[in-house]
Design a protein around this ligand. Structure first.
Ligand code: ADP
Ligand code: MG
Length: 342
C-alpha cells in the first residue's frame, strides 16, 4: 500500500539555532521527492523527523490521514537507508536482510521467501551467504536497500545513500533506484546535496536552504524557472545579469511586466556567433577558454565592470573555441525562449 506524506509547519531548534523553520511539504502517494540543499541546510533533520528519530518542536507529520508525531519510529512502517550502511558486519547478507522480519516475528518460511525476493529486486540473488565484509561498497548499499524494502514499508526514506560510491557506480545505482521505485510504487523521500542526482531521480525536487523549503517543483521547472538566485545557482551553472544590463539586450516585449531585478541565463544556453532573429546578442572579451572534455568552459568579461560570465560552450562550437585566445572579443547569443527573469 502506498500513502501520501504531509509535513505541516515542522520546526526544530537546537538551542537558539533553527535547523527546521516552519517546513511545509506535500508528497503524493507513490511519488519520488528529493530534498536537495547544501550541507547543514536541514535535510537530514527533516528526514529524521519523518522517520521518528527526531522529535520536532512544532508541526504535524501526516502519513495517509494520521498525524504520526507521537508514534515511535519502529511503529511507523517506514524503510530507512542511510549513507553509512549501518549493516551488521558479523551477519550474512541473508541475516541482515531478514532482520526487520525477525524483529516483527515473521515465520521462518515467510522470512526466507521475502528475503529472497528483496535480494532479487536489488540484484543480489545468490549472495545470501556472503558476509558483509566480503562485499563491495555498491553491494553493501544494495543490501541496505533490500533490508529497507523487505518488510514492505509504505514509505521509504533515503539519506545520501549513494554518496560513498564512486561516480560510475553512483550513476548506475541512480538508474537502479529509479527502476526500484517504479517496481515498488512506494512513496520515496530522498536526500542529496548533488543537483544532478536530484534531477536524475525525482518526480519533484524540494530545494532546502537554511532550514526552509525555498522552492518545490519538477526537475525541469526548478532548473529552468528558479524563483531565487540561490536556486538558480544551486542547480547548474547560472549567469545572473542585472536588469539594467538586460534592458540593453532584450526588447521590452520580451521582459516581464512585474518588478524583476535580474536576467538568468544557463551557461550552456549561450552560443557563439552573431545573433539570429529571436535571440539576444551579448559581446565581451575572452578571459579564459578551457577544454573540459564534454564541453568548453569560457570566461568572458562583459562591459560596465559586471562580473565575468562563465559560458559552457558545446562541442558543436569546438572549432571556434580552439581558435580563441585571451583578449579576443567574442559575439555570443542566447535565444529569447531560454531567458528567465528573477
Ligand atoms: P543536512 O543534512 O542538510 O546537512 P542537518 O539536518 O544534518 O543538515 O543539520 C542541519 C543543522 O542542524 C546543521 O547546522 C547541524 O549542525 C545542526 N544539527 C543537526 N543535528 C543537531 C543536533 N543533534 N544538535 C545540534 N545541532 C544539530
Ligand atoms: Mg545530512
Amino acid at each position: 500500500m502506498t500513502v501520501p506524506v504531509s509535513l505541516i509547519g515542522i520546526s526544530k531548534a537546537f538551542g537558539s539555532f533553527k535547523a527546521l523553520d516552519v517546513v511545509d511539504l506535500d508528497v503524493k502517494a507513490g511519488e519520488f521527492v528529493t530534498l536537495l540543499g547544501p550541507s547543514g541546510s536541514g535535510k537530514s533533520s527533516l528526514l529524521m523527523a519523518i522517520a521518528g528519530f527526531l522529535q520536532p518542536d512544532a508541526g504535524e507529520i501526516r502519513i495517509g490521514d494520521k498525524d504520526i508525531v507521537g508514534i515511535p519510529a519502529n511503529q511507523r512502517n517506514i524503510g530507512v537507508v542511510f549513507q553509512s550502511y549501518a549493516l551488521f558486519p558479523h551477519m550474512s547478507v541473508r541475516e541482515n536482510v531478514a532482520f526487520p522480519l525477525r524483529v516483527r516475528g515473521v515465520s521462518r518460511a515467510e522470512m526466507a521467501k521475502r528475503s529472497e525476493r528483496a535480494l532479487q529486486m536489488v540484484q543480489l540473488a545468490g549472495l545470501d551467504d556472503r558476509r558483509i565484509s566480503e562485499l563491495s561498497g555498491g553491494q553493501r548499499q544494495r543490501v541496505a536497500l533490500a533490508r529497507a524494502i523487505v518488510f514492505e514499508p509504505s514509505i521509504m526514506l533515503l539519506d545520501e545513500p549513494l554518496s560513498a560510491l564512486d561516480k560510475n557506480l553512483r550513476e548506475q545505482m541512480q538508474i537502479e533506484l529509479r527502476d526500484l521505485h517504479k517496481a515498488l510504487g512506494l512513496t520515496m523521500i530522498y536526500v542529496t546535496h548533488d543537483q544532478r542526482e536530484a534531477l536524475t531521480l525525482s518526480d519533484r525536487i524540494a530545494v532546502v536552504n537554511g532550514g526552509k523549503i525555498v522552492q518545490v517543483g519538477t526537475p525541469i521547472s526548478i532548473y529552468t524557472r528558479p524563483t531565487s538566485a540561490f536556486v538558480a545557482e544551486f542547480l547548474g551553472e547560472a549567469i545572473l545579469l542585472p536588469i539594467d544590463y538586460a534592458k540593453n539586450i532584450v526588447p521590452q516585449s520580451m521582459r516581464p511586466a512585474g518588478s524583476v531585478s535580474q536576467l538568468m541565463l544557463r551557461a550552456e544556453d549561450l552560443r557563439i556567433g552573431s545573433a539570429p532573429q529571436g535571440a539576444a546578442a551579448l559581446c565581451g572579451i575572452v578571459r579564459q577558454c578551457v577544454f573540459q572534455g564534454d564541453s568548453w568552459l569560457l570566461e568572458v568579461n562583459l562591459p560596465n565592470s559586471l562580473s565575468p560570465m562563465r559560458v559552457r560552450a558545446q562541442q558543436a562550437d569546438g572549432e571556434a573555441m580552439s581558435r580563441l585566445t585571451n583578449g579576443d572579443s567574442i559575439d555570443l547569443f542566447v535565444n529569447h525562449d531560454r531567458m528567465h527573469f528573477l
